[in-house]
Each structure stands twice: as structure tokens, then as C-alpha cells.
Ligand binder design. Structure first.
Ligand SMILES: [Fe+2]
Ligand SMILES: [Fe+2]
Length: 252
């Protein structure tokens, strides 16, 4: 089952909830002259996602497929999409193109430098390189500048079957989800390092109106403050003074 909600003008959130792991996987289709799908999704989810996209546009018309980093929920079904959409091309960081896409993708990807932009018709996207944020050497995010939607991947990850979009706090749910992960095999979701704060502040300076999150509710409202506060949450969960940071320090 999937659920579709328009969370910002032309931005359709296609959400698939997996009850066994209490997690939503959200994919964003942005309608335009050159439609863009952000998150190709898991290979196993492709038939369902394809059916969902069909209710919005002819999937053959997808021109761009963006994602943050090399991981199956981000780009596992990239090649399935490249096969159904003959003019589609992946967009990723230069590191992602060099390290992964040259071998993984059926066709060459568009490798973007930080702060490079691309226009798809009404919408313009800015690519921001964010290595290791949320995780992965090749990580980046895309900022849809026309309506100020930040496609922020795993940032603000919240577990559970949540509403599509909210103006209420999502940081508390994010922090508690990450603390649940810390007590199991999914610990250490994000490596908090000396560059994390500057990257989050760089995203805050974009002044997004909407945060389009891969897992959990999207957020609209004061996104800059949310991103600045996210730095504090990340520092608490994974920084030097966190339980995992203290453990590391004890080993030095
Ligand atoms: Fe991820
Ligand atoms: Fe994810």
C-alpha cells in the first residue's frame, strides 16, 4: 500500500509504510516539464512505486532521478527506473558518480558540484554536497529553490507511521527514534564530526520552507531553526559527550 500527498506545490510524497520495521519510506515526485523523482527506492518496492507514480504522471516521462547517497532505499531501484524511463538520468555528487554510479548505473549520471543548479522547467534545484551527513562519503541534498523545499533524505528520520506533513516539532520524534536505533544494530546512524555543524548551518542559510524527509513526517515552518536545532540533537546523540562518544574517548 502507498499513500500520496502533495506536500508543497507540485511535490508529491509517495509513502510506503513497512509495519514489520515500523518505518515509512518516502519518495518525492516533482511534476514539471522535466519530472524529477527523488529517491528511486528499494528494488523490492519498485512495482508498487511504479504503480503509484503512474497515478501522477506517465513514468516514461521521468527525466531526473535524485538521491542523497548510495544505499538501497535511496537508489536500489535506479536501474529499474532507467529502464522504464528512456530519457531518465541519475543526479548525484561527483564522488557518487566516480565511486558508485560508473559501475552501478546503466547510463552515465549527472555529477553535480556543490552549489550547482539545474532547471527542470518551473523548478530550479541546487545541489549541496554534504559528505557523511546523514551518512556516506558521497552524500548530498537537493534544494528546490522555486518553492524552497529541501529534499533532505535521512535528516530528521522519524520511526512510525506518521502524517505526511506537519508544522509541529519533529525533532523530538527524531531524537527518540535515533535513541531506539542506538540500542540495537542500527546504532551510529550519522557520524557527528567537526564539519557537521557547518553543513547544517549551510542548509539553514537556504531558509527552506519545507523539509521533505525520507522517513517520517515532512515539516513546514521555520526550517532554518529546525536545522540549527538538529545540530544540537545530533551532538547529543552522537557527539563527543554522547554515550557512544564517551565510550570512544575512554578507548583513546
Ligand atoms: Fe541513508
Ligand atoms: Fe533512508
Amino acid at each position: 500500500m502507498y499513500k500520496i500527498d502533495e506536500i508543497a506545490p507540485d511535490v508529491y510524497r509517495i509513502s510506503v509504510f513497512v509495519p514489520e520495521i515500523q518505518l515509512q519510506f518516502n519518495h518525492f515526485l516533482i511534476k514539471d516539464d522535466e519530472p524529477l523523482l527523488y529517491h528511486a527506492g528499494l528494488k523490492l518496492m519498485f512495482p508498487l512505486l511504479h504503480e503509484a507514480v503512474k497515478t501522477l504522471i506517465d513514468p516514461k516521462l521521468i527525466r531526473w532521478i535524485g538521491f542523497s547517497h548510495f544505499e538501497v532505499d535511496e537508489c536500489g531501484a535506479l536501474n529499474e527506473w532507467l529502464q522504464v524511463a528512456p530519457n531518465a538520468q541519475a543526479i548525484c555528487s561527483e564522488a557518487g558518480a566516480i565511486v558508485n554510479m560508473t559501475d552501478f548505473a546503466l547510463r552515465p549520471s549527472l555529477a553535480m558540484k556543490s552549489n550547482e543548479t539545474i532547471r527542470t522547467g518551473k523548478h530550479q534545484y541546487r545541489f549541496i554536497r554534504t559528505p557523511h551527513l546523514p551518512h556516506g562519503w558521497d552524500a548530498g541534498v537537493m534544494f528546490e529553490e522555486t518553492n524552497k523545499t529541501l529534499l533532505c533524505s535521512d535528516l530528521f528520520h522519524q520511526n512510525g507511521d506518521l502524517v505526511a506533513i506537519t508544522d509541529k516539532d519533529i525533532l523530538e520524534a527524531h531524537k527518540s527514534s535515533m535513541l531506539v536505533f542506538e540500542s540495537g544494530p542500527l546504532m551510529d546512524y550519522t557520524p557527528y564530526n567537526h564539519k557537521t555543524k557547518a553543513l547544517l548551518y549551510e542548509l539553514a542559510a537556504l531558509k527552506p520552507k519545507t523539509l521533505a524527509t525520507m522517513h517520517g513526517s515532512s515539516f513546514f515552518g521555520d526550517c532554518s531553526t529546525a536545522l540549527i536545532e538538529l545540530n544540537e540533537v545530533m551532538k547529543d546523540v552522537w557527539g563527543e559527550k554522547s554515550a557512544s562518544g564517551a565510550k570512544q574517548n575512554a578507548l583513546v
